[in-house]
Design a protein around this ligand. Structure first.
Ligand SMILES: [Zn+2]
Length: 63
């Protein structure tokens, strides 16, 4: 059953793959490229890994 066509997986996806790359951040732009490639390739694990890396990024404020 898929009421409204929205599955739990769809809702999880929205969170798992949420990514807000910061302009000017080298790590974010690199991961965003990976993310775009993973989306194009339909590679969900790679997509998740890239999104997660962006979420955990310190956006060049570290060190
Ligand atoms: Zn960043």
């Amino acid at each position: 059953m898929r009421p409204g066509g929205v599955t739990v997986e769809d809702l999880l996806d929205a969170w798992l793959y949420e990514a807000n790359p910061v302009p000017g951040c080298e790590n974010c732009s690199a991961e965003k490229r990976k993310l775009d490639q993973a989306v194009a390739a339909g590679d969900r694990p790679a997509r998740f890994a890239a999104a997660q890396s962006i979420r955990r990024c310190r956006h060049g404020t570290g060190a």
